[in-house]
Unconditional design. Structure first.
Length: 133
């Protein structure tokens, strides 16, 4: 069946337009994917950097708190007793004052004198292993 010239031109124009539209959509789709991936990666990187900054600030705050606690005359006097049971009992107030989840007091020899943990009290051997790392 022979089509008229007008019909043939119309079909050709529709096919060419459809092909160009499909190709344009594929290019736009790929560009959008690339852009979304790039923005996601940069967003994740920025979040990780922000988290690292916050973590460093928290670590610095904990160091300052530990430094201030170690300079308290009452804590220094308590540590001179060198009796772990006494230090364990009396150091509860210092742990509460610090507002931390963990307080470990050790003698200059490295012997653990007191351990206070918010969730549970780990055995001294476990704490020694953690502190050795």
């Amino acid at each position: 069946m022979r089509l008229r010239l007008r019909t043939q031109l119309l079909i050709a124009t529709v096919l060419i337009s459809s092909a160009l539209t499909a190709a344009s959509l594929l290019v736009v789709r790929q560009s959008v994917r690339t852009e979304v991936r790039g923005q996601t990666a940069s967003g994740v990187f920025a979040s990780v950097q922000a988290f690292k900054r916050i973590e460093q600030q928290e670590q610095e705050e904990l160091r300052r708190t530990a430094g201030m606690l170690s300079e308290l005359p009452t804590l220094k006097a308590l540590m001179t007793t060198e009796h772990s049971a006494t230090i364990q009992d009396a150091s509860t107030q210092f742990w509460q004052l610090s507002g931390t989840d963990l307080l470990v007091l050790a003698a200059t020899s490295g012997e653990l004198m007191a351990v206070h943990v918010a969730d549970r009290t780990p055995p001294n051997s476990e704490v020694k292993v953690l502190l050795a790392d």
